[in-house]
Design a protein around this ligand. Structure first.
Ligand code: NDP
Length: 603
């Protein structure tokens, strides 16, 4: 296949590429799958300590609230904001961190910034009147935005920080939830919301000797600025000037923090198992003058809809956001559209998708050659898999960092770090002596909901959520679960499942929940529950779809594809609306407007 792309001509040998992708995948397949990671507990529990906010003593709560929300990230904030707008003012957010922010509370590593454009990623911009300072805002601004939402909607008054729910049980007689926490709280709520997020439990690789290291170590989501110097706003990490630092992992987090470490450390060793695909970032400040011209009433909803239309199932002619995500999907769509209409059958469309992917990945590999000076290092930084096998990354300083004197890529040829000793890290029999090891090893994904949330919901008749979901997740709209009245899940799966912009899923769910709860309150209903039939029908509809677009079984292992292992039948339910995110958002809008709350029972 030969592609003319601007001034470049790419010659792509598709068969050769397919073989190479498979070879690289097979190299990385391991029998232990998700079990290669260790749960952060017992002697490793200190990796979870909050380095940002001291825990303050408080009296346990034993009162009653209208709505309790588990999780103080975007899900909890947007749902509580919409509830407040609907007149529900005693919402209590329960959050394990020391403030609002969720992922943005914990992830303060240097260089952290959103990978989806701020204009669509940051929720409630119009409601709060905030103009993002950059196309891709940095973490401190996003954390501050979370606090802004908390303040504007008066969510601080009732919030419980540094608090983890230990049990949630439905009290049948009183039609309310009974909530216990690790701070001794035992209170009740008429309604509960669950927004614990998909990536909030840090994981560590089960590398032999991980406990033996005598130097300093921490996980990227608990950045120790006391040790490194500097701060989340980008002040130089001056205490690393005489340190040999190792970072394990080269996913989206590592891509963002490596350039900062490269600048600060005396020597930096980046331990790589699989390279990320790193495309152009092109971040830029947002011009207030331009912003004032576009920020007319309803602007954020228009931008959200336009982004989704470009991303997932729409026919947008205009691309307001113009970023790596919309570029990716517009390219795929344009390849498909090049097919004569009568040839647009699934087989040809999938082939067009693959062609578009080959081209994109070739460009990304060429980018490595253009940026990285050392040929051997450049070769090792090239990603050999289809782009949606792993989380696509975008950065304009990551590859460049490997040109910095003192920054070393230690590629493990897909095998991973071999061992950790008292003094450092061993790869292929060679020990790299280090003062500090930073784990950029990600978060638990494939583990059970109750392990990640720390509790199991006990619903009507004492049935546990883990029992109800034993064969996979079952909901209506990704929000309601039969047997668990007055409980609302706020997350993307079984709804729009728009992974390129998770907050859009959350803001839509928030709107739906606020409407349902205000309807119940205005009409004196004590209970809301999805019927078993409505839940079954929704699950049946989900199963008519083509399945997941990301992380197929042929992909190199990672959390997108259950580390390359057969995920079991339950995984077929980890999908979104069969017609795509755009169709889901249109559907749910119509469902809300109909006003009959189809599938729900109020009493
Ligand atoms: P990931 O799970 O993506 O990456 C973990 C890294 O650790 C991988 O490179 C993995 O290699 C490597 N690793 C694991 N075990 C070993 C080992 N034994 N030896 C060497 N390397 C090892 O975690 P991240 O924190 O980077 O990202 C998690 C997710 O968080 C992202 O996918 C994204 O969804 C989100 N995120 C979003 C950001 C944003 O929007 N701005 C920024 C950062 C993260 P391998 O690939 O071979 O498994």
């Amino acid at each position: 296949m030969t592609v003319i792309d601007g001034s470049q001509q790419l010659h792509i040998d598709k068969e050769k590429l397919r073989r190479k992708y498979l070879e690289e995948r097979n190299k990385r397949l391991r029998a232990d799958g998700n079990d290669q990671y260790v749960q952060v507990k017992d002697q490793l529990a200190h990796y979870l300590d909050d380095p940002y906010t001291p825990v303050t003593p408080r009296e346990p709560k034993t009162d009653h609230v209208s709505f309790a929300f588990i999780g103080g990230g975007f899900a909890g904030l947007v749902t509580s904001a919409r509830l407040a707008e609907g007149g529900v003012t005693d919402v209590r957010i329960i959050e394990k961190g020391g403030d609002f922010g969720g992922t943005w509370y914990w992830n303060r590593y240097p260089g952290a910034q959103c990978d989806t454009a701020s204009m669509v990623y940051m929720p409630l911009l119009e409601e709060t009147g905030h103009m993002p300072s950059e196309k891709y805002a940095h973490a401190p601004e996003i954390l501050e935005h979370c606090r802004r939402i908390g303040r504007q909607y008066k969510l601080y008054d009732n919030a419980l920080f540094h608090t983890e729910v230990t049990s949630l049980a439905w009290d049948e007689a009183a039609s309310r939830w009974v909530i216990h926490t690790n701070r001794g709280d035992a209170f009740t709520a008429q309604f509960i919301g669950l927004g614990t997020g998909p990536l909030h439990v840090p994981k560590l690789p089960g590398i032999p000797g991980i406990e033996a290291f005598k130097g300093h170590s921490f996980h990227t989501s608990r950045w120790d600025y006391g040790y490194t110097g500097g701060d989340p706003s980008g002040a130089p990490m001056d205490r690393l000037a005489d340190k040999r630092v190792g970072i394990i992992g080269t996913g989206a987090t590592s891509v963002q923090c490596v350039p900062h470490l490269a600048r600060a450390a005396k020597e930096l060793y980046v331990f790589q198992r699989t390279p990320s695909s790193v495309d152009v970032r092109a971040n830029a400040p947002i011009d207030p003058e331009w912003f004032s011209t576009i920020a007319t009433p309803g602007w954020q909803q228009r931008w959200l809809e336009n982004f989704t239309a470009n991303q997932a199932g729409g026919n947008a002619t205009e691309d307001l956001v113009q970023d790596g995500w919309t570029d990716l999907s517009r390219r795929i769509r344009s390849k498909i559209m090049q097919l004569p209409r009568e040839q647009r059958i699934p087989k040809n469309m999938l082939a067009a998708f693959e062609d578009s992917d080959f081209e994109k990945m070739e460009e990304i590999r060429k980018r490595v050659d253009a940026i990285v000076g050392d040929r051997e290092t450049a070769a090792k930084l090239k990603a050999w898999y289809r782009q949606l096998c792993k989380r696509p990354c975008f950065h304009d300083e990551y590859l460049q960092a490997f040109n910095t004197p003192g920054t070393n890529l230690v590629d493990t040829d897909g095998k991973g770090v071999e061992r950790i000793t008292e003094a450092g890290v061993v790869v292929a029999g060679e020990e790299y002596r280090l003062d500090c090891i930073i784990y950029a090893s990600g978060f638990e994904v494939g583990t059970e909901y109750r392990r990640r949330s720390g509790f199991d919901l006990i619903g009507r008749g004492g049935v546990r959520l883990s029992e109800h979901w034993a064969d996979g997740m079952r909901t209506k709209h990704g929000i309601h679960v039969n047997g668990f009245p007055n409980a609302f899940f706020v997350q993307p799966t079984q709804g729009a499942n728009l992974i390129s912009n998770v907050p859009h899923n959350l803001t839509e769910a928030a709107r739906t929940i606020a409407l349902i709860v205000t309807h119940a309150r205005e009409n004196g209903f004590k209970e809301i529950e999805v019927t078993g039939k409505a839940e079954d029908d929704w699950v049946e509809l989900l199963l008519t779809g083509a399945g997941r677009m990301i992380g197929g079984p042929d992909c190199t292992p990672g959390y997108y594809n259950n580390e390359g292992r057969e995920p079991g039948p339950a995984a077929r339910l980890n999908v979104g609306h069969p017609a795509g995110a755009m169709a889901y958002f249109k559907y749910i809008d119509a469902w809300r407007s109909a006003g009959d709350f189809e599938g729900l029972r109020f009493r």
